[in-house]
Structure formats: C-alpha cells, structure tokens
Design a protein around this ligand. Structure first.
Ligand code: C5P
Length: 232
C-alpha cells in the first residue's frame, strides 16, 4: 500500500471568521487538491445532537451521536456551494447558523467527540493533496503536514465578514450579537484543554485584517509553490 504520508497536506487553522473557509476552498481549487472542512463535521454533529434533543453537556450521549452520525459532502455540478448531508438530510444552511456554531463549539470541547471524528478527518487525505481547514489541523490531526498556515484577523473584522455572509444567506443577525458570539467562541476554543486553538510551532502566521481574500490566497499559494518547501 502506498505510504499515505507522501500525500501533501496544507493545513489552514484559525479562529472563526478569519476567512479560512473561503481561502481554503480557493486554494484547494487552484491546486486541484481535496478539501476538508473540519468545522462542518463538528457543526454536523452539533446539528444531529440538536435533532435528537440531546443535552450538549451529556458527553456520553453526544459521543455516541458523533460516532453514529452519517456526514457526507456533495459538490453540485454547477460549482455552487458544497452540500453537507447529515443522516440523509441536506443540512447545509442549518449548520451555518450561529446556534449550530455554538453547539459545535460546545461539543468540540469533549475529547471523546474529537476522537470519534479523528479517522473521518484522516480519510480525506487523498492524492494529489489535501487542504485541511480547522482549528487543530496542523497541531493534532496532521502534525506532519508539509505546509501549515495560521490565519487570523481582528475580531471586529471577522464579525463584519460573518455578518455579510449571513445577510447574503438571508439569515437575521445583528453585528453586535455576532461580535459577542465570535469573542465568546474564541475564548472557548482557545481555552479548552483538548486541542485548543493555537498556531502550530511551524505554522506561517498570516493576519488578513484589511487584506483582500484574493491577496491572501496568492500568499498561501506562494507558500505551497515555493521550491524550498515543495520537496519533502
Ligand atoms: O470553523 P467553524 O466555525 O465551522 O467551526 C465550528 C466550531 O467547531 C468551532 O468554533 C470549533 O469549536 C469547532 N472546531 C474544532 N476543531 C476543528 C474545527 C472546528 O474544534 N478542527
């Protein structure tokens, strides 16, 4: 069997609203690599737990839910947004709500939930390469990744970006509430004992505050294409 470790991985970690999702998608498309949206997995489990009416602090029940929830990704032929299918239901829009984001963040703090999603995340590592978007991609899931980026932006700018995104989807939110939610989620994600949000020691830090998305994409692509880093 070919050694999976020779398949290159680019990890893009960072807080919510840092532009990771859009940037990861654009970089994956430009490279022709696969994409893992690990946040969508946590959101999908949060969604499934909500559908089952589980108490999110019941670690045993939520872990069982993480182990049994069927999560699929489908790319429509017209190139539109990837659909996220949870237990046979198209949950693409549901999982993007702030309620689901908060549920994801709560269940993501449970070590056995993270363990339940470990193999699933590794299964995305396929030739010719993988762009892995998340919080712990470079630190825990793919510590051997050849390329690592830690992307951030000020909380104000991240709230504004999320506000625009959610408005475009027709979801009712206020900027002030989003900023509060983002700050609370940052603290929870950074302070949890298991897989906290932090840059890998070998990650390249990029602050995207005030930088257009396409300029960040160019920076990330330059990192992957730089001859010094491209060789194992
Ligand atoms: O990236 P996104 O905002 O979709 O992630 C939702 C939540 O899932 C995050 O706030 C975080 O708590 C959790 N998450 C995680 N580890 C990842 C990806 C997401 O803990 N690799």
């Amino acid at each position: 069997m070919p050694d999976i470790k020779i398949i290159p991985v680019l990890t893009i970690d960072g807080p919510s609203g840092s532009g990771k999702g859009t940037i990861s998608r654009k970089v994956a498309d430009a490279l022709g690599w696969h994409l893992l949206d690990s946040g969508a997995l946590y959101r999908a489990v949060g969604f499934a737990a909500g559908m089952e009416g589980l108490d999110l602090s019941d670690a045993e029940a939520v872990t069982r839910c993480a182990q049994t929830t069927r999560i699929g990704f489908r790319d429509p032929k017209d190139g539109s947004e990837t659909r996220v299918i949870v237990n046979g239901l198209d949950a693409t829009d549901d999982i993007r709500t702030e309620t689901c984001g908060a549920a994801a963040s709560a269940i993501a703090a449970i070590p056995s939930v993270r363990a339940a999603l470990f193999e699933k995340q590794h299964s995305f590592r396929k030739a010719p390469g993988l762009v892995a978007d998340g919080r712990d991609m470079g630190t825990v899931i793919f510590p051997d990744a050849r390329f690592k980026v830690f992307l951030t932006a000020s909380a104000d700018e991240r709230a504004r970006r999320r506000y625009k995104q959610l408005k475009e989807k027709g979801l009712g939110v206020t900027l002030a509430a989003l900023l509060r939610e983002i700050q609370a989620r940052d603290v929870r994600d950074a302070e949890r004992p298991v897989a906290p949000l932090k840059p890998a020691t070998d990650a390249t830090l990029i602050d995207s505050t005030g930088t257009p998305i396409d300029a960040v994409v160019t920076m990330v692509l330059a990192l992957v294409r730089s001859p010094r880093r491209a060789d194992p």
